[in-house]
Design a protein around this ligand. Structure first.
Ligand code: 7TS
Length: 416
């Protein structure tokens, strides 16, 4: 179990008051998480103590910054059970990680007539790049649909995953409705037909134990900023034997071994995929975030999410006549995110009423436009939880929603 009141003391922003002294209630961690003091301090320490470009200098500061940068890479490798730190490529975020695969591996491995399979739950980041690959390569993009309970409908999976399938690219935990997908089982089916497997771990890696060897995926993409780390740093894990055969993505400094005016050869892994000066402070901050998460234990982090989600779903039952709540009902199949909609209250109005009470949620389509449209609404209101949230904050959310329903309910809102 997490000691949440102790954890909250580590997050300076959580003592912030907004408007006329309302304590901040941060229920928007799926968009970005708040940062503990240790992460903020690690970035200050870097800039105050050993700021220098990595892999370049013979001087003391570059040796120190390179060691810290590579140490953070090793922490990431250990955190996700990667076979080696050579499999960890620093990127800017999940979006860049997925695009890297689309611009390198997919160019060599997807051909006319092939199929790429994604799920109906994808964030645009794991959909739009594959639309382009499919279009350019004359391949077909197929979608695993949703079942009635808004988990994946796997009834046709043995047709959807077939010998033409070359890539299964799937989100592990939906940012929009919280559904957790059985990626390990789907990866096994993909392997059986020789397809590669990419997992979008943007919402899973921060919230639950994720082990690439256990899932047996080829690619895993995630972002530092959703897991207590800074913005501008992300990760692409690639299985070693695949990475060895992949062409570089961006070309320039640091990714090369030998360069003549005519030609160039490539640096060893993983630097071959990291052209230009990387985000040193970001990587070091992400290493500090991993230290913090390891100190709590990812199983405890996941259990806390499940407990908060269960508390929210139980409390929301009071409004179940009026409020549509999305995602599977079983907290074991979903966690961390509760998305909802009221026919008489536009999500933006709801978000504004909650904001005046200091409660930050996200409203809109959450970069899952096809999914939200398939729910029959233009937008939803979404509360997302993390390790610093409490049941009392969930109760405050419910009170705020009730207040908004009093203002706007029964057709009095701006959007009916
Ligand atoms: N995949 C999933 C499942 C996500 O939730 C997000 C961001 C991304 C990919 C892209 O991550 P990025 O770091 O590259 O932006 N999700 C959200 C969200 O739910 N609200 O704001 C960003």
């Amino acid at each position: 179990m997490l000691d949440v009141s102790k954890i909250r003391e580590d997050f300076p922003i959580l003592s912030k008051k907004v408007y006329d002294g309302q304590p901040l209630i941060w229920l928007d961690s799926a968009a970005t998480s708040q940062k503990p003091r240790s992460v903020i301090q690690s970035i200050v320490d870097y800039y105050e103590g050993f700021n220098a470009n990595v892999h370049r200098g013979v001087h003391a500061l570059s040796i120190e910054s390179t060691a810290a940068f590579e140490d953070a890479r090793q922490k990431v490798a250990d955190f996700i059970g990667a076979e080696s730190s050579e499999c960890i490529i620093w990127t800017r975020n999940t979006t860049e990680s997925i695009n890297l695969v689309a611009h390198t591996w997919a160019q060599e491995n997807i051909h006319a007539g092939d199929e790429i399979l994604v799920t109906a739950l994808e964030h645009h980041s794991n959909l739009v790049p594959w639309q382009k690959v499919a279009r350019d390569k004359k391949a077909t993009l197929r979608i695993i649909p949703l079942a009635k309970d808004q988990s994946l409908d796997l009834s046709e999976i043995d047709t959807l995953i077939n010998p033409r399938t070359k890539l299964v690219a799937m989100v592990q935990k939906s940012n929009s409705i919280g559904t957790t997908n059985p990626v390990k089982e789907l990866a096994a089916k993909a392997r059986a037909v020789g397809a590669a497997v990419l997992v979008d771990g943007a919402q899973s890696v921060p919230h639950m134990p994720v082990d690439v060897a256990d899932i047996d995926c080829d690619f895993l993409a995630f972002s530092g900023h959703k897991m207590l780390g800074p913005t501008g740093i992300g990760v692409l894990y690639v299985k070693h034997d695949i990475l060895e055969r992949m062409e570089p993505f961006l070309r320039g400094g640091d990714m090369v071994l030998e360069v003549s005016y005519e030609d160039a050869s490539w640096n060893s892994l993983p630097w071959r995929f990291e052209a230009g000066t990387p985000n040193m402070a970001g990587a070091i901050g992400m290493g500090a975030a991993i230290d913090y998460l390891n100190g709590l234990g990812m199983e405890n982090v996941r259990d806390h999410d499940i407990q908060l989600t269960k508390h929210a779903l139980d409390s929301f039952k009071e409004l179940e006549e009026e409020l549509e709540i999305y995602g599977p009902k079983d907290p074991a199949l979903r966690s961390g995110v509760v998305s909802f909609h009221h026919p008489d209250v536009h999500p933006h109005d709801l978000g504004t009423v909650l904001d005046r009470r200091g409660i930050a949620i996200r409203t809109g389509h959450h970069c899952t436009m096809p999914l939200v449209r398939s729910l029959g609404v233009p937008a939803t209101a979404r509360a997302s939880f993390y390790l610093y949230n409490t049941n009392e904050e969930v109760d405050a959310l419910l009170d705020g929603i009730k207040e908004a329903l009093r203002y706007f309910g029964n057709g009095a809102g701006t959007a009916g």
